[in-house]
Design a protein around this ligand. Structure first.
Ligand SMILES: NC(=O)c1ccc[n+]([C@@H]2O[C@H](COP(=O)([O-])OP(=O)(O)OC[C@H]3O[C@@H](n4cnc5c(N)ncnc54)[C@H](O)[C@@H]3O)[C@@H](O)[C@H]2O)c1
Length: 471
């Protein structure tokens, strides 16, 4: 099995590059009062071997009394993305990082130290919870199979928790998270970040649900297509000792690095990627699905355990009648990338986390005019985005080829995609404002998503039982 070379983030000159530019950080750190903490020349290379000995007792570090003190458990790819967003949010201080892998510990601590946030490092989250005093919250960004164990322990320790999606690879474990949050009275936000994205809130809450701009929405389509890719590798000098792998339940380095593809640790591409988008169907239709049928298989990547492609159809019984949603995840083509489309009898709307792939509504010719929506600022005018098709030397039948006009959404996101969801979480911790994706809601989504794998396996239509979505 080919092993991909260890990926390093590099700039065009090939030099390693921090994700957050110094200028961007200075803007956010000025707001957070952290600018002085930046030592001159502290920014530069990101190589883990430059970060040896970065561990510092966070309690000695420079911070304001009003800061929220946060622990990060799991500092892999997504943990680092969340660190970057946290650095942009005033008053958030990551003081401790836990990861079983030295590479990730060093990477995260070195990165945070450059931005004036020295952290204490831990291999084991239990030790972190026992030793760290005065924590307010924890971010859990480990592989799905340990979310429940770690989030539950943090909640029991009195912390509010932001836990990455999918909340778990098992519905029993996901339910235990809802129950623990309920019992402890702590907040548990799950990382379905579209739930706090202002463009999605505008599109789904304002345009589709409140103003019914698309008329009756009875169809949805979403996809996440990716190119063919080898398994992830690792720098050999950071190979985990067999005793550490065994201590934390991993069968091998290959499984540890590629946990998504193995049944013990994750749910495969449909759970990894579909969880973001299948979650939106219930948000748009205002109800959970009544059934799912799906097809998929391990067609390309022999030796991987989870289906490398899945096509699923959900049925919904909405207050306005039947609705259907088709979802596909492909891992051998990036055709079309990732986006979601919602279709009603008066129009449709295409949206994506990446605005270039979807950020507009299209009106059916018979539908009421949208001029008033433009005047109210709910949509931008059609003329600003209409795509002119060059028809010279082409016989065009305008009845079938005329391009529908596009009304772009006026809301953009000038922040990293996860920042609003983290801001929403920290806002809830500070002020008691509602969570964008509380555990109960994420559980409903997890039921719909995890059942797709059952549907592929059984080759049968699966009907959801009434009450099945309640934890
Ligand atoms: N919201 C999003 O857009 C998004 C995007 C990517 C990943 N995710 C989610 O984030 C989580 C992590 O994904 P990733 O891509 O960063 O994976 P990853 O493999 O890159 O990182 C996982 C990290 O967790 C560490 N780890 C593994 N087991 C551990 C344990 N028992 N205790 C402490 N540390 C442990 C690993 O050493 C590694 O550093 C997953 O749940 C994934 O679904 C969410």
């Amino acid at each position: 099995m080919p092993i991909k070379r260890w990926p390093m983030k590099k700039n065009t000159t090939g030099k390693q590059q921090p994700f957050l530019t110094r200028r961007a950080f200075l803007r956010s750190s000025a707001a957070a009062g952290l600018g002085a903490a930046l030592a001159a020349g502290a920014l530069g290379e990101d190589a883990p071997n430059q970060m040896q000995g970065a561990s510092t007792d966070s309690r000695d570090s420079d911070h304001s009394p009003g800061d929220l003190r946060v622990a990060l458990i799991g500092a892999g790819e997504q943990g680092r993305v969340l660190i970057e967003s946290c650095l942009r949010i005033p008053g958030i201080r990551i003081v401790a990082v836990c990861d079983i892998w030295e590479y990730s510990r060093q990477y995260a601590s070195g990165y945070l130290r450059k931005y004036g946030q020295p952290v204490t490092l831990y291999e084991n989250y239990r030790e972190l919870l026992a030793k760290e005093k005065g924590l307010d919250a924890a971010i859990v960004a480990t592989p799905d199979w340990v979310h429940a164990e770690q989030a539950n322990a943090c909640l029991e320790a009195g912390l509010h928790v932001y836990c990455e999606k999918e909340m778990s690879n098992s519905l029993d474990k996901a339910r235990s998270m809802v129950e623990t949050a309920r019992r402890t009275g702590r907040l548990l936000q799950i990382g379905h970040q579209r739930r706090s994205n202002p463009r999605y809130l505008h599109a789904i809450d304002r345009l589709i649900r409140e103003r019914r701009v698309l008329g009756r929405v009875n169809l949805a389509y979403a996809q996440w297509n990716r190119s063919k890719a080898d398994m992830l590798g690792w720098p050999k000098k950071y190979t985990l000792d067999a005793t550490i792998l065994e201590r934390y339940g991993y069968g091998s380095m290959t499984e540890f690095r590629n946990w998504r593809w193995y049944k013990k640790y994750g749910g495969g591409p449909i759970v990894d990627l579909g969880s973001h988008q299948i979650d939106l169907f219930a948000w748009v239709f205002g109800t959970n699905p009544s059934s799912v049928v799906a097809s998929g298989g391990v067609d390309t990547y022999k030796g991987r355990e989870w289906f490398d492609n899945v096509m699923a159809i959900f049925e919904f019984e909405t207050a306005q009648g039947a609705a259907r949603a088709f979802y596909q995840v492909q891992t051998t083509t990036k055709h079309g990338g990732f986006y979601e489309t919602f279709m009603g009898d008066d129009g449709s709307l295409v949206i994506s986390e990446v605005a270039q792939r979807g950020n507009w509504a299209m009106r059916e010719a018979h539908a009421p005019e949208w001029d008033s929506l433009v005047k109210e600022g709910l949509l931008l005018s059609e003329a600003s985005a209409i795509q002119k098709v060059d028809t010279r030397n082409v016989f065009v039948d305008v009845r079938v080829t005329a391009e529908a006009g596009r009304w772009p959404l006026p809301v953009d996101l000038a922040k990293p995609a996860h920042q609003p969801h983290l801001e929403n979480f920290f806002g809830a911790v500070r002020n008691g404002t509602p969570l964008g994706c509380p555990a109960e809601l994420a559980y409903e989504s997890a039921v719909a998503v995890l059942k797709v794998n059952d549907a592929v396996r059984s080759r049968n239509l699966i009907r959801f039982r009434p009450g099945e979505f309640r934890a």
